[in-house]
Structures are given as C-alpha cells and as structure tokens.
Design a protein around this ligand. Sequence first.
Ligand SMILES: Nc1ncnc2c1ncn2[C@@H]1O[C@H](COP(=O)(O)OP(=O)(O)OP(=O)(O)O)[C@@H](O)[C@H]1O
Ligand SMILES: [Mg+2]
Length: 248
Amino acid sequence: MPEPLVVATNVQKSFRHMGRTLDVLRGVDLQIHDGEMVGIVGPSGAGKSTLLHCIGTLDIPTRGSIRLAGEEIMALSGARLADLRNRSIGFVFQFHHLLPEFNALENVMMPGMVQGMPRPRLETKARALLEEVGLASRISHRPGELSGGEQQRVALARALLLEPKLLLADEPTGNLDSATSDQIHDLFFAINKQRGTTIVVVTHNPALAGSMPRVVTLRDGRVEKDERRDVDHRTSTQQAVEPAPGAS
Ligand SMILES: Nc1ncnc2c1ncn2[C@@H]1O[C@H](COP(=O)(O)OP(=O)(O)OP(=O)(O)O)[C@@H](O)[C@H]1O
Ligand SMILES: [Mg+2]
C-alpha cells in the first residue's frame, strides 16, 4: 500500500510568548490517505489552525515529523517548501484574502501568474473553474462586487487552479449563512468526488462535521478522537429536487 499523503508523527508546536512557552500541539499523530475527506473539530484554542498550518507547510513544527507526499517537510529549505506548497496544496481560509483591485477571473489566475505560467492557458482554466463553482456570470466582478458566498467560491476556484492533491480549509464557511455554507460544503464534496482531491476542513459547523466520512477531534493539542463512518453524502441540491416519499 502506498504511503499516506500526509503522515504526521508526534507533531509538537510551541510558541514563545512574553517570555513564556506555550505548548499548543502536544504530540499529534495523524495519517491522511490520498482521496480522503477529513473534518477537524474541537474547542477554540485546541490547536486546529496550528495543525492545519503545519500540515500546509505555512508553519514548521517545533518537534516531530510531517511527511507530505513522501517528503519530510522538516528537512526542506524554505524555497523547497514553497515549491512543494505551490505544487501540492490549495488553501481556503475563513476570510478569503482575495485581492480587491482584481476581478474574479484575475484572482483565480493569480497563483499561476505568480508561477509565470502562460496567460491564455491560465485564463481558460480559471474560466472553467469559475463555471464549476457556479460563477460564470460573475467573472468580471471585483471582490467588493460579490457576496460573501461568491467571494468564498472564488477563493475555492483559486485554490484549485494549480490542481493541488491536498486542499486545506480553515473554517471556510465561518462567516456565511447556513444556506450559503451548504452550497460551499456541496462544492467540497463534488471536488473530492470528481477530482479525487484530498480535503481537510477545520470546522465549527456541526452540519458539515456530521456529513464528513472521517472526523478528527483535537483537544488541548492532541487527537482526542478519530472517527470514521459511512455517510451517504448527497448534495442539498439533489435532496431538494428529490420527490417527497409517496409523491409521484
Ligand atoms: N503565533 C502564536 N503565538 C503565540 N500563541 C499562539 C500563536 N498562534 C496560536 N497561538 C495559541 O495557540 C492556541 C491554539 O491556536 P489555534 O489557532 O491553533 O486554535 P484553534 O483550535 O484553531 O481555535 P479556533 O477554533 O478558535 O480557531 C491558542 O491558544 C492561541 O492563542
Ligand atoms: Mg482556528
């Protein structure tokens, strides 16, 4: 069997703050296989974002090991890490961090522009992605001319531009209403199913956590629970168009 996409072993992370050491991750062991969909839950301050940042190479553990697609990230230089991150990881955060002066299409193209990829190819791809997230009619809108849910869908399209194996999301629907959150959740499931992208989502949303095939609970910097279950996820749209029992 191939090595899991993510192998975190005894990951510890401490911060120095005002002369004191704060042990935030206290030995996390976690393996995530290619194509999995994992929710990370737990109380505020448990270390969820810190763990996600470590897995995403945005932060480096104090001790322990993280192997990503077979590479030990602790052994990589800053430039190699950035390269690995750009090639393999897409991020979606609670606040989308879109560039306000650029329109939706340009924002989605941005990760490829930074890589110096040819513009026509990027544009075709970005258009297709915006269509996939249901925003074909909003490509020329700037972030300030989009709703919160639309902005988050642009951020999702941007995260997918370079076809990452791993998509990491930190409370992606934390500031959206429940109907809009459902749309974004459906997109995550569709992306996982259609592209085989491995998705890790930190969430406080019980509906999203409840629909995930695997849920990892962090508490006080450790994995408290790691549960897998059979879920028959159907998108809310599908559920909405299904006739009620007995109707014909
Ligand atoms: N750079 C830092 N310096 C000092 N302390 C930090 C730093 N980053 C995070 N912490 C502390 O680490 C703890 C865990 O933070 P983290 O952001 O991982 O929590 P979380 O589980 O994501 O919480 P939430 O659900 O509120 O987002 C918090 O108590 C936080 O104050
Ligand atoms: Mg957090």
